[in-house]
Design a protein around this ligand. Structure first.
Ligand SMILES: NC(=O)c1ccc[n+]([C@@H]2O[C@H](COP(=O)([O-])OP(=O)(O)OC[C@H]3O[C@@H](n4cnc5c(N)ncnc54)[C@H](O)[C@@H]3O)[C@@H](O)[C@H]2O)c1
Length: 336
């Protein structure tokens, strides 16, 4: 491995540019090439970074150690497999893919090539999530009884009209993949697995510009026996309102709240006191809409830590696949 890990990126839209920014800032990484089918994306690149509008051409002509796959959801599988076959580790944006079958082919390709897939689940790094993870790992909450997940966001007409993939069933997959897979991941991260899912979904306000649901309500059962209420909508009026997880347990109640799991909003704990956390300025802001907490610096640092210092992968391909499996299970268990 060279002193600096060489990165390339496929897909230079909202999130590809965020990856580029973090790669350029990290002292141990270098951005060598970017590919986007839209040639106008080139104008946003700093000098010295090669630009390609053809992916095959970039793979042939570039020597990189890692490929960041930042294309729309339905392209994660082919772009990841092509990157692995070209000899690169891959960082794949969320969702890892939009079916378990795709994830399985990606994992098989990683096995064949001996390269690593890093699944992006940057909300795991949110300080309130880490505090609650530590509480649970130290058994300080005792038995987990119930969790309430509320994802009340807004996605406007402009968000969908400016895109050729968002809201399309075969390219986007649905809100649980594109907007709320982070929350499914945190449930999995905290509880260790989901065994059952039943619910209802409907498209109330986005029928004219999407083929998927915009609202849903589910009851899930976790491996640790917890009952989980999972409510989501992209119809919160005018703006994102809330992204929260409340945990009711034997030895305490705690709410991770804010718009994107960025605060400890409530705590009543038998054996611990969590620090006051109220992060207000770190959402990914895409102009027309707001996303999750901006922890991509930590995603890139994890790649450095794994490749240069033998540290563990924060979110493995197998975990990315499990999140996709849970989402498939939720859609299979939904009436509309
Ligand atoms: N982790 C997060 O918080 C987060 C936030 C936003 C988006 N995402 C994920 O990142 C991915 C991209 O989302 P986005 O918001 O950046 O979308 P976007 O539409 O802004 O960008 C996608 C880019 O990919 C390019 N592209 C499309 N097909 C291509 C191809 N065949 N070859 C090369 N380039 C191609 C498009 O021209 C576009 O520039 C999605 O999977 C999304 O779910 C993750």
């Amino acid at each position: 491995m060279p002193d600096k890990i060489r990165f390339s990126i496929v897909g230079f839209g909202n999130i590809g540019r965020r990856h580029a920014g973090q790669i350029l800032q990290n002292p141990n990484t270098e951005l060598v090439a970017v590919c986007d089918i839209d040639p106008s994306a080139k104008s946003a690149l700093p000098a010295g970074v090669a630009f390609y509008s053809g992916f095959a051409e970039m793979l042939e002509q570039t020597k990189a150690d890692v490929l960041c796959v930042c294309t729309p959801n339905y392209l994660h599988e082919p772009h990841t497999i092509a990157g692995l076959k070209a000899g690169m580790h891959t960082v794949v944006e969320k969702p890892m893919a939009i079916s378990v079958a795709e994830c399985d082919r990606m994992i098989a390709a990683a096995g064949r090539t001996g390269k690593t897939i890093f699944a992006v689940k940057q909300n795991r790094y949110n300080p309130p999530v880490q505090e609650v993870k530590k509480l649970m790992a130290g058994h300080q909450l005792g038995a987990i009884y119930m969790m309430q997940v509320n994802c009340f966001w807004n996605r406007s007409d402009a968000y969908y009209s400016g895109s050729d993939w968002r809201g399309k069933r075969d390219k986007d997959g649905g809100c649980l993949f594109t907007q709320f897979s982070h929350f499914v991941d945190i449930l999995y991260y905290l509880n260790g697995g989901i065994t059952n899912a039943q619910g209802s979904i409907n498209n109330f306000a986005h029928k004219h510009n999407t083929e998927v649901e915009d609202t849903g309500s589910f009851v899930l059962k976790a491996l640790n026996n917890a009952i989980i209420n999972f409510n989501f909508t992209t119809c919160a009026f005018d703006r994102n309102m809330e992204g929260s997880i409340t945990i009711f347990a034997e030895k305490g109640t705690v709410k991770i709240g804010g718009q994107y799991l960025n605060t400890i909003e409530y705590q009543q704990l038998a054996t611990a006191t969590l620090p006051h956390i109220n992060i207000t300025a770190k959402a990914n802001d895409y102009g027309l809409y707001q996303g999750s907490m901006s922890n991509h610096d930590k995603v890139i640092q994890n790649v450095v830590d794994v490749l240069l210092h033998n540290q563990p992968v924060m979110t493995s391909a197998e975990e990315g696949r499990e999140v996709v499996r849970i989402i498939e299970q939720m859609y299979e268990g939904a009436v509309s």
